[in-house]
Design a protein around this ligand. Structure first.
Ligand code: SDX
Length: 430
């Protein structure tokens, strides 16, 4: 514990405890502020407010640092896999060989959807956005396994619930894609590992297995890994909020899918490609668009740029940008949108508007280029983000459910609406 903070209000001084996190972050604990002073704090967008203490992920936005359970993202990106990182985030440690086999077997044993769920896909129109399908189908899955709605957090039970959700979110996504294109669904193959199985379910044809190019599998696995967790972002905070009411894991993570969908959050990867495509089609070399992005009245933003926490280059963007060059070269793809993205980045980072506001590329700026090169359709980009983020949501869900105090999240507000109003009968209303 560090020294107390003193707050002077209406001639009184209040002493508030402070704390320092294991990475040196400092906080004032205001949990008794209202009881002591009758005041609450206001922090719209929660830019200065810690919602919880967590042991899962650490970000230093000024230095561009990201660590999962203390391990730098650069090391994990180079040496680990998505399934291993999922175990690290959810169980709190890198798995030994026996633990990895058990976790991997649980994913395989839980990869099939209940056969009756297939009919649910028929209920969606062809043009339904796969994020809408994903959030509703995650809740629908839980209807078939009522035993998983038990939120007691018994170890075995929790591991099966987590494995089922991580495994089936991939199956739901692939089925949704196949259905929306009028294609027969591909069942998962127990012999295939997580990411390869997803590519098989997405792209195999009845007469031809999808050729599992190791480069493609590795590139998509890296995308999942880099999206696996990111502290208290909008969707993870949503999962924690829903979990705090003691709702089940499926309901909490389905809510996370909805929060992630927004273009300011996970929907940005789709918006970046739409932006790059618009620039390419207009023949603009990027300068016109950058000027529009600087103009508040244009309604344009440089999508994939800026971040609430990173005021430096997002370390994930650096890794993905490097992977873009490698993957496109190996696949012998020459994508003009990558050239536009690089020119856009170079131009923006010389502009005082972006420099002053510390706006750098974030995880979404280059990720779509790789997904496009892997043949992932645009409307599935945010779904890929959701598949990757699922272990982080589950790890945060677990942290909330295992919180000793277990209090429901219920923020306060400052009311600024009308006061002293009376009921007016309809004949007297204007
Ligand atoms: C993700 O939180 C996470 O960790 C999220 C994430 C994760 O892994 O979970 O990292 C994933 O969501 C990444 C972000 C993806 N979104 C985008 O790329 C959309 C474009 N970016 C912006 O909308 C914005 O930068 C946000 C939403 C990411 C952050 O918004 P903030 O922190 O609320 O910042 P702000 O909107 O208050 O911007 C501060 C200033 C403003 O200008 P001024 O009012 O000071 O004049 O910067 C400007 C903004 O207009 N600005 C931009 C801009 N981003 C911020 N101007 C042009 N283009 C942009 N992209």
């Amino acid at each position: 514990m560090s020294s107390n903070a003193e707050l002077k209000l209406d001639g009184k001084t209040y002493s508030l405890p402070t704390l320092i996190g294991t990475e040196g972050e400092r906080a004032v604990d205001i949990s008794q502020l209202r009881a002591q002073s009758g005041h609450i704090t206001l922090d719209e967008g929660y830019g200065n407010t810690g919602a919880c203490k967590s042991k899962i992920t650490f970000i230093d936005g000024d230095l561009g640092i990201l660590r999962y359970r203390g391990i730098p993202i650069e090391e994990l990106a180079e040496k680990s896999t998505f399934v291993e990182v999922a175990h690290l985030l959810i169980m709190g440690k890198l798995p030994n060989s026996a633990e990895l086999k058990r976790f991997s077997d649980l994913l395989t044993q839980n990869e099939l959807l209940h056969e009756d769920l297939k009919h649910n896909f028929e209920g969606f129109p062809r043009h339904a956005h796969p994020m809408a399908i994903l959030s509703s189908m995650i809740n629908a899955v839980s209807c078939f396994y009522p035993e998983l709605l038990d939120t007691s957090m018994h170890k075995n039970h929790f591991e099966i619930e987590a494995a089922r959700l991580i495994s089936q979110v991939r199956t739901i996504a692939a089925f949704a894609y196949r259905k929306s294109h009028g294609l027969p669904i591909n069942y998962p193959k127990p012999a295939l590992k997580y990411t390869a199985n997803f590519l098989h379910m997405m792209f195999s044809k009845p007469y031809e297995e999808y050729p599992l190019d190791p480069e493609v599998v590795r590139a998509l696995d890296l995308i999942f890994l880099l999206h696996a967790d990111h502290e208290q972002n909008c969707s993870t905070s949503t999962v924690r909020m829903v979990a705090s009411s003691k709702a089940n894991m499926f309901a909490s993570c389905a809510a996370g899918v909805c929060a992630l969908w927004g273009p300011l959050h996970g929907g940005a990867n789709q918006a970046v490609l739409e932006m790059l495509g618009e620039i390419h089609a207009s023949g603009d070399d990027g300068c016109k668009f950058i000027n529009a992005a600087k103009d508040k009245n244009s309604g344009k933003k440089l999508m994939g740029f800026g971040h609430r926490v990173y005021k430096n280059y997002d370390p994930r963007a650096k890794i993905i940008k490097k992977a873009c060059d490698e993957v496109l070269a190996k696949l012998k793809i020459n994508d003009p949108l990558l050239d536009i993205a690089k020119k856009l980045e170079e131009a923006a980072l010389k502009e005082s508007y972006f420099i002053e506001r510390k706006l750098y590329p974030n995880v979404d700026f280059y990720s779509g280029i790789i997904m496009r090169a892997l043949g992932i359709p645009l409307e599935m980009f945010t779904v890929i983000f959701a598949i990757g983020r699922m272990p982080g949501w589950i790890a945060n869900y677990r942290e909330v459910m295992e919180e000793p105090a277990g209090r429901i999240s219920r923020p306060r507000q400052v009311y600024v609406g009308p006061v002293n109003q009376q009921y007016v009968p309809i004949k007297e209303r204007k």
